[in-house]
Design a protein around this ligand. Sequence first.
Ligand SMILES: Nc1ncnc2c1ncn2[C@@H]1O[C@H](COP(=O)(O)OP(=O)(O)OP(=O)(O)O)[C@@H](O)[C@H]1O
Ligand SMILES: [Mg+2]
Length: 234
Amino acid sequence: MLETIELSVSYGAVQALKGMNLTVPRGEVTAVIGANGAGKSTLMRTIAGLVKPQSGQVLFDDVDITGKKPEDIVRMGMALVPEGRSTIPELSVDENLRLGGLWRNKQERGEARDQVFALFPILGERKGMRADTLSGGERQQLAIGRALMSNPRCLLLDEPSLGLAPMIVTQILELVSNLAKESNIAVLLVEQNAVTALRVATTGVVLNLGEVVKSGPAAEISSDEELRHAYLGY
Ligand SMILES: Nc1ncnc2c1ncn2[C@@H]1O[C@H](COP(=O)(O)OP(=O)(O)OP(=O)(O)O)[C@@H](O)[C@H]1O
Ligand SMILES: [Mg+2]
């Protein structure tokens, strides 16, 4: 389980997160939704150790990981898929995957790769091709696949729907949601696209200007007219 306790982050005068409390249980998807500038990427980057919080804590399976180095956090079982599909364009699908499990031994890496190909068969078909020849949806699958190569207990997905057709996004997120259940992974999904995110999530959290406005069962959040009008834009 991943938890943030009173997590605050500021960039100079801009306070991006204001005392955020969040719980992300294993085996399900927790969706944090909010508009541009709500603080979603800041939350992810802070959990992953890329941004230092001003105050508060990040606990991962009850271990305080606040302020630890990003590479140590990855080794503890946290994997971030950053905004904008961070695959390396000049490298092949296979080479991109290998980067995700660099410090694991060859056998573990082989097994993880087989699991990724079972989950996203298109990657197996395209394994020798350069990442920059893939479609947007395929590249997003590669970015997630690369994160899975480290055998994470917690997966952080920053706006996977960006630039993709809604049907593809739903397909990818449903796979991720099944994976969370089957492999008992804690998935934290941040999205502007509330409809899609709440469809696959168990719990929804609405973030506005660095503050949690509402959290609860995803179905409850998505049917709340007032919330929808005020923060979710649909
Ligand atoms: N490196 C930075 N330096 C200064 N301000 C920053 C930095 N990164 C983010 N911010 C500011 O912090 C606030 C939150 O940004 P953040 O990127 O976390 O939002 P977001 O919810 O991910 O938005 P988006 O939906 O556009 O990706 C914004 O006001 C943003 O301008
Ligand atoms: Mg963002």
